[in-house]
Design a protein around this ligand. Sequence first.
Ligand code: GDP
Length: 435
Amino acid sequence: NSIVAIVGRPNVGKSTLFNRLVQRREAIVDAVSGVTRDRHYGKSDWNGKEFSVIDTGGYTIGSDDIFEEEIRKQVALAIDEADIIIFVVDVEDGITPMDAEVANLLRKVKKPIFIAVNKVDNAMRAADAVEFYNLGLGDYHTISSINGSGTGDLLDAVAEKLAEPEEVDLEKDELPRFAVVGRPNAGKSSFINALIGEDRNIVTNIAGTTRDSIDTKYNRFGFDFNLVDTAGIRKKSKVKEDLEFYSVMRAVRTIEYSDVIILVVDATRGFEGQDEKIFWLAEKNRKGIVILINKWDLIEKETNTMRDFEAKVRKQIEPFTDVPIVFISALTKQRLFKAIETAVEVFENRKNRIATSKLNDTVLEIVKSYPPPAIKGKFVKIKYCMQLPTPTPQFAFFCNLPQYVKDPYKRFVENKLREIYNFSGVPITIYFRQK
Ligand code: GDP
């Protein structure tokens, strides 16, 4: 999937455009998982192609008196990490010196760039927009992110440059792609080193397509897998590594390219804000997830220490609670086999396909016995269900009144699916549709 970054100076309407792009999609995602929205990162889709959207402006504090330096940094990062860039300008202000500077940076870039002239709410404004040809970046799109006009045309143009949707080829036996992610100092490097050791048992490292060049094939404990390493191929940027925006961009990129996210958590700090953020990022992208609680050697243990720790994490990731949690120590090499074995299992679970007949014999029976509550005397009748032919588990339930099926009921159905079938560590999407 492609990453689309929205850049521009403050107050040109980046966030409004971002909200427009992700809203429709977020509504679906939120309804299913109850996940809190990230205001700066989201998924969207257009003409059947999914993509990630990043609002670079969202990562600056006090955006009114933002330093130009900061904007330049963000544009530089977007140029490095995104596949497609939408440069938002404001028709009311015309080309400001800052716009001209951003345009300068963008002109050197080979990636697709779209200029969105925002706040074009009427025909007069549309005429004013011609001035933006002077940015030297070619044609522009006029939009009004407030009323939505023009965004469809903009998206049509963007969609032509988006990567084609992932093909579902169940026959093809691809190696799992694992990404080791987590907060700084959680022990990611230590884990990878403990796993692949000094000899770096590399089987192949094919350079070529983008995807190949960031995958390195390993064999450990009898398992073949690829480790996705985006850091390795990224050009050294002059940008400070501690920018939150930077770490999010990195995580997004890495997650996009992987099948299973191995989230390394520092046991001494607990499962915290940043961990949760990465977790939901992976969930939104429908990637498999394994949580490794690292540095377990440092924890003073009593009878229920592990159980209590685990229960606390599970509470934080509700309702997606059947994610495997493995307690490891990269230092003493404790349970590294278990960690990899679990990641391979999650990879397999993600490919689970349940035959329609089986689903209808199991889940449908339960759903029929416990139908959604009637609303205003109207009953929801669920006729049948099926797993969609998508790369990750998605289910459609066909009924007479899909709009009457509320979140708690969807969660109930998801829990049943998880109880009956093994989707441990795998995000599930459930749709209710009119027959
Ligand atoms: P990264 O930033 O996530 O790659 O973290 P590092 O792998 O660089 O580890 C950060 C620090 O934690 C280093 O000082 C490591 O030696 C230490 N560390 C990593 N894993 C463990 C572990 O399992 N136990 C202990 N005691 N220390 C660890």
